[in-house]
Design a protein around this ligand. Sequence first.
Ligand SMILES: Cc1ncc(COP(=O)(O)O)c(C=O)c1O
Length: 265
Amino acid sequence: MSKTVDIDWENLGFKYMKTDYRYISKWKDGNWDEGKLVEDNTITLSEAANVLHYGQECFEGLKAYSTKSGKIQLFRPDMNAKRMQDSAKRLVMPEIPVEKFIDACKQVVKANEAYVPPYGTGATLYIRPFLIGAGENIGVKPATEYIFCVFCMPVGAYFKGGLSPVNFMVTEYDRAAPNGTGAAKVGGNYAASLLPHEEAAKKGFADCIYLDPATHTKIEEVGAANFFGITKDNKFVTPDSPSILPSVTRKSLVQVAKNYLDMEA
Ligand SMILES: Cc1ncc(COP(=O)(O)O)c(C=O)c1O
């Protein structure tokens, strides 16, 4: 009999929950090992691992959904796989082949099937792949070993209130420099966003809106989401900047606006 879990699907926040299995694969001497599912949710690292000192880390976030017919589907995992390759390149880390990335996500979802929220509950299974510089190194140079992991957990909406309007605050801080790492999904960008986020939260806002770092005159993106608007004359507008994270949601919405809603985008 397949496992069942006692979860209040309708009232899940965006919080960590330990599920049963995660995937881990290691890179050494130019090659990825085969990778495997494990139950242990801890990682042992040398004190000299690059990730701990120089932030050599990138990650992804994607979701699995239960469909009406009872299937489980990932949303465009190939796009997350490619974005992770771009992030890895920016931090001089070995790329994870697209097939390996998708296979790891599928293995983790299958092994944790009991945690995939049922259709219609509003909850989803959030999948978090990440890649870190491991091994032993003290100079500022790329790591000699790497670890790629994927774990997952059921979540509700990221912003409290889901699709109901959320208040954001324009911040004076920059998230990323024009030629920096804004387009890469790397931990350092998120470390830099913690203080602006805290300040916005203290004032009662859900998150910050960042302006373009060069002129502070145009909207760039939100702390955890791209920005888009629809003009009075029905145009879909979204900022175009090298320091914005290329969002899979935004790319998908542009496609929907152009191809299904006949909008200018
Ligand atoms: C800074 C930032 N921008 C945009 C997004 C949205 O990206 P996606 O649509 O690929 O989930 C995220 C997602 O976590 C993010 O952290």
